[in-house]
Ligand binder design. Sequence first.
Ligand code: GLN
Length: 382
Amino acid sequence: MQHTSKLPNVGTTIFSVMSALATEHGAINLSQGFPNFKSDQKLIDLVSKAMNSGYNQYAPMLGDLELRQAIAKKYELLYNTSYHPESEIVVTAGATQAIFTIITTFIKPNDEVIIFKPAYDSYEPNVELNGGKAVPIQLQASNGFKVNWHEVKEKINSQTKMIIINSPHNPTGSVFSKDDMLQLENLTRNTNIMVLSDEVYEHMIYDGENHQSACLFPDLKTRSFVVASFCKTFHNTGWRIGYCCAPKELMQEFLKVHQFTVFCIHHPTQKGIADYMQEPKHYLELSDFYQKKRDLFLTLIKDSKFKFAASKGTYFQVLDYSGITQEHDVDFAKRLTIESGIASIPLSVFNSNNLDNKVLRFCFAKTDDTLKQAADILNRII
Ligand code: GLN
């Protein structure tokens, strides 16, 4: 058929494959990242209240104004920086739509986009769909997935249009330091390179670290889109609601595409979240909440055959299984699901040339009970 694209076939992303396999075999599903507990009843009540109060017609294209104001307040409170709610903040159908729309707005054929691998699976297809060229930079588990900024400098040329960063990082749980961000700022200063900063895990950062948002660095901020997620922050991945922030001139371009693709987002959810955000503790307490889960999980598996360094952010923990088997990570992840009843995500699918470092990703956004059951299984694997 003539009308086929080079994108992977439907149902073949690793998240679909592993979740389907987990369901088929009744395995504990620590693969696809989503909580298996309910979100705050108060938030559900606020969204219901918004529906019952009549917020059921189109929202403004940029998003409900109260929600944009609440977002602006958050940036002032946490990062002491301002995004104008009327021109620099847009509510989107999840971070995924924001990422797609940013890339589609700015990436033209032959533009190059630097992507650090392992990378979340939607970046590269989005770039290629727009005729752009993804330029991968492979990070190594052996040095904690640190970026070598000299290598980045070498990859930058006149075609470079964008650099995509993601901290806290899915799938590895690593985070960018202030120094990383300063290096990025210096490398892109006085260039036309844009930065897409995927910050969907900003409220899950551990051991007293501070999230280094792109908006904290004044020069970087002028060239950056900051992308964030309410689904992850408020435990409702099915709600598909997120947002992005950027300087007005960039956002004007973004909106040209947004107006004809999504136009506006589910109105009552926006109203409910706007009310819920009036209490900052609803997002400020998340790091403590998830750090406890990370610590529980790691304490429970400390005597297992898996090797690990504690995740620094996100709700993912990577485990090295090289002391157990030399099987390919995709094969091992499938076998663990089918034979042992626990599903995870093999990291090779996010790497350049499917580099296999014998590492699996486990999602710890689960009830303590589920984490205990998962740990029991992992401890038996030798
Ligand atoms: N963000 C989720 C994860 O990393 C996956 C979302 C999806 O299934 N595309 O697990």
